[in-house]
Design a binder for this molecule. Structure first.
Ligand SMILES: Nc1ncnc2c1ncn2[C@@H]1O[C@H](COP(=O)(O)OP(=O)(O)OP(=O)(O)O)[C@@H](O)[C@H]1O
Length: 604
């Protein structure tokens, strides 16, 4: 519980987390809203009562209806009660909306704040689309539920109690008979809701989520589908997820057909009970009961019992929505309860900017094959270490453990002699700059994108970073220069250009440790040349770990690690490794052959 208290910085959590936990002190508005909604529902019954009274005075005065002065008075009472009920309901919704907006806002804030404290690996594993949907949809669902459905449920629950009182008070025999079908309906409804409904709702949401994910995957894959002229195969996963959803929906609907039919027939067949009741009462006529009284009594029940039916329906639908809101809350709580990166109480202070891996073993999933096995190496301050090796060897994994995107399973990583788990994340991040292959630019101005590294940097410092990262030509390309907003109105940057802006960002940050994932796959020769020049400025005097995909760039590195299947297979400088005649030498030979290739030439 202590942990939850920390997570929900502004929200006092003392017990089980419910939707209203997120409302904070606004929860009282929800209670007030529900109370007002209940009062409004009870007052909402009065127009029926007054209308019946008006009809009764008219019938009693018949045929001299104009003499029934009470009729008009009751008519006005009915109007007054209806207006009063509406006004109170308006007040109820005002309260519940205020609380609902606050709840949704807090839920999003807490979840998003917590996301920033989770390992980046968690976000990657879950997928940004899925996380966005859980948080956004969860907050949206919660908002609708608390703003509309909960006060309606409160009203719907109060009404049958009030009606029950009225029905029984009026004529207990008639009251009991007209309640019989509702009791049957309520019994069936409770059985359905008490069953495995919560689990069914979770299954429904899972099937829906699955289908949505596959749809996104399908749309993302359309370029590949078109390029390779695939059609039906690429559609297969999406199609299967639709089928799974359809099967679930059909089975669920079929399983509910008997209880739902029983429920609908019982509550709508109320007149089938009222008419026999009328006959019983008519039998009383022989014992002196007034004919008029019986007709008016029947009229009373004809007016009131449909109110109950409507309320029962409301209870049924809102109960379903309660389960949906509960499911949405559970999903958001899965994110919020994910343990964050452990922060030391007093962070260690690194003595320099060296990096050391000591017997590091790491796997992405517990029990799965390790992506890194017993890896040890050092990068002394100010030196450059390059990692090369076959695809899937563990290069990117090693680099992503340094900024704690994931924590090691065993062994340790030290920066300046301090285990990174013993450093405050903020301090660790201050020490590291990274440039990845897929450098992300925000939908913001180029200036702000570069400044993201150091928001307090002056324009002059940004300009110097841009110059050092050879990006001036990118800025000059657009009429708005630094103020150009990336990703809007046709402003598009190529992969190489994005990476150069990311390098400018890293130059501006000027951190002593640089992690580079050399990406030249999408760069044209001009961009590639500029990127190399920018890299040279970025790494000057820094401790560098470079993931190299092309051997031409690693020759100058102080040390080269050859990683294969999660282990360091060889290490040394270029010359030493060539002499070893191992994996590196073979890769170097292949590389040299490839650079001498010319299109159209035959090779033996
Ligand atoms: N997010 C992930 N979840 C699960 N397994 C992963 C993940 N990322 C990488 N792996 C696995 O870990 C192993 C090492 O992958 P890694 O990306 O570190 O290799 P790499 O040497 O950088 O490859 P490349 O040169 O192709 O980028 C591979 O077996 C890969 O399938």
């Amino acid at each position: 519980m202590e942990e939850k208290k920390n997570l929900m910085t502004e929200l006092p959590v003392t017990g089980k987390v419910t939707l209203l936990t997120f409302a904070g002190s606004y929860k009282y508005l929800t209670w007030l809203g529900c109370l007002l909604s209940g009062i409004s529902a009870v007052i909402g019954l009065f127009p029926y009562l007054f209308m019946w009274k008006a009809v009764k005075s008219a019938v009693t005065a018949w045929p001299d209806v104009p003499a029934a002065g009470e009729m008009i008075t009751y008519g006005w009472y009915a109007v007054g009660a209806a207006l009063g009920s509406m006004l109170i309901y308006f007040g109820a919704l005002l309260c519940t909306h205020l609380s609902a907006f606050r709840t949704a806002r807090n839920m999003k804030t807490v979840a998003l704040h917590h996301l920033t404290r989770l390992p980046v690996g968690y976000v990657k594993r879950m997928g940004s689309g899925k996380l966005r949907r859980i948080i956004d949809d969860g907050a949206g669902q919660t908002e609708t539920y608390l703003a509309h459905q909960l006060p309606d449920l409160a009203g719907a629950m109060v009404t049958p109690v009030a009606v029950l009182f009225l029905l029984l008070f009026f004529d207990w025999r008639f009251g009991l008979i007209s309640l019989l079908p509702m009791a049957v309906g309520l019994f069936v409804l409770t059985r359905v809701l008490m069953g495995d409904m919560e689990n069914s709702m979770a299954q429904y949401q899972n099937a829906l989520e699955d289908m949505n994910n596959e749809a996104v995957e399908y749309v993302r894959g359309i370029p590949v589908v078109k390029t390779f002229q695939q059609s039906i195969f690429s559609f297969k996963n999406f199609h299967e997820s639709i089928l799974r959803y359809k099967n679930w929906a059909v089975n669920y609907t079929v399983s509910l057909r008997i209880p739902m039919c029983a429920y609908t027939v019982s509550i709508n067949g109320i007149f089938a009970f009222l008419i026999p009741a009328g006959l019983i009462l008519t039998a009383d006529l022989s014992r002196g009961t007034s004919y008029l009284k019986v007709v008016l009594d029947i009229l009373f029940y004809v007016l009131f019992t449909p109110v109950c039916v409507t309320m029962m329906d409301k209870i049924m639908w809102t109960s379903e929505n309660t389960l949906k809101a509960k499911d949405a809350l559970n999903r958001v709580m899965v994110i919020i309860e994910e343990p964050p990166l452990k922060e030391p109480e007093y962070g260690g202070i690194p003595k320099d900017s060296s990096v050391e891996f000591k017997n590091v073993t790491f796997s992405y999933e517990k029990g799965k094959e390790a992506a890194l096995q017993n890896v040890s190496f050092q990068i002394p301050q100010g030196s450059t270490v390059a990692i090369v090796g076959p695809s899937g060897g563990g290069k990117t994994t090693a680099a992503s453990l340094i900024p704690r995107f994931y924590d090691v399973d065993s062994g340790s990583i030290c920066v300046g002699g301090v285990d990174i788990r013993e450093m405050n994340t903020e301090k660790l991040m201050e020490k590291i700059s990274f440039v990845f292959q897929d450098s992300h630019l925000f939908k913001d101005t180029i200036l702000n994108n570069i400044r993201a590294a150091r928001p307090e940097a002056t324009k002059k410092e940004v300009e110097q970073a841009v110059k050092a990262a050879c990006c001036q030509d990118i800025i000059d390309k657009f009429p708005d220069g630094y103020e150009t907003v990336v990703g809007t109105k046709g402003v598009y940057l190529s992969g190489g250009e994005c990476q150069r802006i990311a390098i400018a960002r890293a130059v501006l940050k000027n951190a002593p440790i640089v992690l580079l994932d050399e990406a030249t796959a999408f760069a044209d020769p001009d961009n590639e040349y500029q990127i190399q020049k920018a890299f040279e400025t970025l790494v000057k005097g820094k401790t560098v770990l470079m993931i190299a995909h092309r051997l031409s760039t690693v020759r100058g590195a102080d040390r080269i690690l050859v990683m294969n299947q999660g282990r360091i297979e060889e290490e040394g400088n270029h010359e030493e490794l060539i002499q070893k005649q191992g994996l590196y030498a073979a890769m170097w030979k292949d590389y040299q052959t490839s650079v001498s290739w010319k299109v159209g030439e035959k090779h033996e």
